[in-house]
Ligand binder design. Structure first.
Ligand code: MGD
Ligand code: MGD
Ligand code: SF4
Length: 752
């Protein structure tokens, strides 16, 4: 692209998003003739843009950005094209079962028959092999009420902690990063920090494609205040890096060395903030045992910029410049996503980002914060906060903690000892256990694992072996091939519930239209299913999702996740509220852990910042060494393959693939390859190029582009005709259990 950075910046601010404030909307209709506008949240990413759905008669006909939400009326293209997704002929509108086993066809049946057909194998498996023979596999795209309910049904009803979901593939390393550094999950910063930051440190996030409306806000901040610096650290030269003052492209998987080298420079150049860390920080070794600042300094002696330069490929001078800019700017904001989390050392990488903030005091002030970008619209509110993962319980409680289990048992009204003390199976282990026959029946909700799990040839064996009950909306979903019973779920604005996005913001999606055909809201499906599976209905005495919200809100009261003040009535009026929010008159919290801002910090606390997630109120700076990725390039497999997103498709494209404009933009997957490599391998644009890994091989059309550095190739994973995840290993971080989707070794050759 032959445009200057300034031109690109301008274009990014304007064109990454479509302006829709009060204007006409792209949809199956026009703004005029709309009977009413119903408030909601975009179905797609963790940016959590507010939308207004235009309804005419009994149909949704339009969508536009909510001018009163953080997105100020802006939406990106896919968000603005949600209406055709509702009305695609691909919608599943009737329950279906496979009467004759996995190889028989799906037949449409009544709800009663489908529910009974699905419930029996769960009853039988639990009776014959115990509670751990059943499982729930959920989603950061499910509504909060759905995940809270499922978590309760499985953990307190079936008495199994086999509750996991796609946030394990996504934010698990960020969760464990916050827990280990600050003692509690969820960030202290918010989107308001973007407007106050003077240095953006964007690492392992292609914000321009994955969080376009936030990228628009960053680009606008830079456009309006040219002194603002943007540093991007990403092996690929993405559109995000094109607005950067500095792009550090490095050998994939070497971030730990880069981040430690930045800390080294900060201390050696005396840019550290001793007053801050003496007051608010504990230094701990790799095992979490107390150590001293002096030990930390000696540990970092091994991470000179020169040494890190040899490992990462980033020039030493650039590492020094990045460290100085980060430390000396008046307010530095770090933003990161899957380039950091989807790594076998993802938790460590999260800790090292937090280290930079804690060393410099770039935290707890407007614009100065670590802020992980959440991928899915409700991974935070729905799954992390409700504790709907195999090791968690609601509101920051842990399965392994007896007091926490007892608190939940008392609140849920089940006998002490009901919740099992042993953690359930994390995602990869769950699908392995299904393949072995240890888990015999799984309920899959709002996720498409047959497309998106790593090492698919291995892990789909679990879906071939276990009984699979699945909620879905679209026939395009790959997992349907393995489903024994399919429940047609009401889609997005056909039902109501709360989403919680990146910045601790809860917002309500209201029902705008009736569910299509015979579809039902997922909370109804879950309750009907559980009752038939033998779970005591006293556990779910709810008429609707609003009742579940009421219970969950009450449960949060007095916890470090307190949002008791966020009532449904308030959510209907307001366009999102950030927790902590303990009372109905509290406006919500912008700066978590900060006295005078966060209601959970006592007004008379002696310190300005109180990290109340830890017993002594101090955060941890960890001594985390560099460790290589699981499968770096080698002599036999000399390239690194990385995977990720494109702006116009959502994950497995079951939704975005229904929209002709989005499909045309990216009709199929491809492999990006650097021009130098392409020349050596005699590859031209469009040539069929085979990637061969230790698991499988697959041929993609080539895109010759400098986006990838030499030695690196990139494939998006949206295309079900080219399931790139068959090429990947399933190695996971040993703390968060998140898979390393970002790095595997591959051969690359042109197909004859
Ligand atoms: P990715 O494309 O997965 O997107 O959002 P992002 O994480 O921003 O990868 C991010 C970057 O990591 C890539 O640019 C890649 O080059 C870089 N990377 C690869 N290896 C390394 C490494 O070793 N170190 C570092 N530092 N970086 C590396 C993901 C987010 O997007 C998520 S989690 C979800 S669930 C949502 N999905 C989604 C979608 O499917 N489509 C669109 N359009 N937007 C989405 N938004 C959300
Ligand atoms: P989606 O396509 O979002 O992907 O993985 P998935 O969650 O498996 O699947 C959502 C499913 O829910 C779709 O089948 C959709 O049709 C269905 N659906 C949509 N709306 C509704 C609804 O209202 N109700 C119900 N019941 N169903 C609905 C995402 C996962 O992928 C994530 S989060 C990450 S971060 C990983 N990223 C990643 C990567 O970066 N690289 C590679 N190679 N693989 C990855 N896989 C992971
Ligand atoms: Fe939807 Fe994300 Fe686009 Fe906002 S940025 S409109 S939440 S896809």
């Amino acid at each position: 692209m032959n445009v200057s950075r300034r031109e690109f910046l301008k274009a990014s601010a304007a064109a990454a998003a479509l302006s829709m404030v009060g204007g006409p909307c792209l949809a199956a209709g026009k703004d005029d003739g709309v009977d009413k506008w119903v408030k909601g949240v975009c179905r797609y990413c963790g940016t959590g843009c507010g939308v207004l759905v235009g309804v005419r008669g009994d149909k949704a006909v339009a969508v536009k950005g909510d001018p009163n939400n953080h997105n100020a009326g802006f939406l990106c293209l896919k968000g603005s094209m949600l209406i055709p997704v509702i009305y695609t002929p691909d919608r599943i509108t009737e329950p279906m079962i496979r009467r004759g086993g996995k190889s028989s066809p799906l037949e449409k049946v009544s709800w009663d028959e489908a529910l009974e057909f699905a419930a029996k194998p769960f009853r039988d498996a639990a009776a014959a092999a115990g509670p751990s023979a059943v499982a729930y596999y959920g989603s950061g795209q499910a509504l909060t009420e759905e995940s809270y309910l499922a978590n309760k049904i499985w953990k307190a009803g079936f008495k199994t902690n086999n509750v996991d979901g796609n946030p394990r593939l996504c934010m698990a390393s960020a969760v464990a990063g916050y827990l280990t550094t600050f003692g509690k999950d969820e960030p202290m910063g918010t989107y308001d920090d973007i407007d106050a930051a003077t240095c953006f440190f964007i690492i392992g996030s292609n914000t321009s494609e994955a969080h376009p409306i936030l990228f628009r806000r960053i680009a606008q901040r830079k456009e309006n205040s040219p002194e603002v610096k943007v540093i991007v650290a990403d092996p690929r030269r993405t559109n995000t890096s094109r607005i950067a003052d500095m792009h550090m492209s490095f050998v994939p998987g070497t971030d730990l060395a880069l981040l430690n080298a930045m800390a080294h420079v900060i201390i050696n150049e005396e840019m550290d903030n001793q007053r801050f860390y003496n007051r608010y920080v504990n230094f701990v070794d790799n095992e979490g045992k107390p150590t001293t600042f002096e030990n930390y300094k000696s540990f970092l002696a091994d991470y000179t910029p020169e040494k890190a330069a040899r490992l990462t490929g980033v020039p030493a001078a650039d590492i020094v410049r990045a460290a100085k800019t980060f430390a000396e700017s008046s307010a530095s904001l770090s933003l990161w996503c899957m380039g950091i989390n989807q790594r076998v050392r993802g938790v460590w990488a999260n800790n090292l980002i937090h280290n930079l903030h804690l060393l410099t005091g770039q935290i707890g002030r407007p614009g100065a914060s670590p802020l992980s970008l959440t991928g899915q619209p409700n991974a935070c509110g729905g799954v992390r906060d409700t504790g709907s993962l195999s090791h968690l319980l609601p509101a920051g409680r842990m399965v392994a903690n007896e007091k926490h289990r007892n608190e939940m048992e008392d609140f849920w009204g089940v006998p002490r000892g009901t919740i099992q003390p042993k953690m359930g199976l994390h995602t990869v282990a769950l699908f392995e256990a299904m393949a072995k026959g240890d888990v015999k029946a799984v309920f899959i909700h709002c996720t498409n694992p047959a497309h998106t799990l790593p090492n698919l040839n291995k892990l789909t064996k679990g879906l071939e072996t276990a009984f699979v009950a699945q909620t879905e909306c679209f026939m395009d979903a790959e997992t349907l091939k393995y489903a024994d019973a399919v429940f047609p779920a009401a889609f997005w604005c056909e039902t109501d519930g709360v989403y919680g996005c990146t910045e601790r913001r809860y917002a309500l999606t209201e029902q705008a239209i009736k569910p299509m055909g015979n579809c039902r809201p997922a909370v109804q499906i879950l309750m009907d299913f559980a009752a038939r599976a033998g779970i005591d209905p006293k556990l779910f005495p709810y008429k609707n999702a609003a009742d579940i919200w009421e219970e969950w809100r009450t449960l949060s009261k007095g916890s470090p996740y307190d949002f008791f003040g966020i009532t449904r009535a308030r959510l209907k009026k307001e366009s999102g509220i950030k927790w902590p929010c303990p009372t109905e008159t509290h406006p919500g919290t912008r700066l978590r852990y900060v006295r005078g801002e966060d209601p959970l910090v006592p007004a008379d606390h002696p310190d300005r910042i109180f990290f109340y997630g830890r017993p002594d109120g101090k955060a941890n700076v960890f001594l985390r060494p560099y460790a290589p990725p699981f499968e770096p390039a080698d002599k036999d497999y000399p390239f690194v393959l990385t995977t990720g997103r494109v702006i116009d498709h959502w994950h497995s494209a079951t939704m975005t693939g229904q929209v002709p404009e989005l499909r045309k933009a990216y009709p199929s997957a491809f492999v990006e390859i650097n021009p130098e490599d392409a020349k050596k391998l005699r590859i031209n644009n469009g040539d069929p190029v085979t990637l061969e890994t230790r698991r499988d091989k697959m041929t993609f059309p080539a895109r010759v582009t400098d986006t990838c550095m030499p030695g690196l190739v990139f494939c998006p994973f949206f295309d079900k005709k080219l399931l790139v995840n068959k090429l990947f290993h399933d190695a996971v971080d040993n703390a968060s259990r998140e898979p390393e989707y970002k790095i595997c070794a591959t051969k690359v050759y042109k197909q004859a």
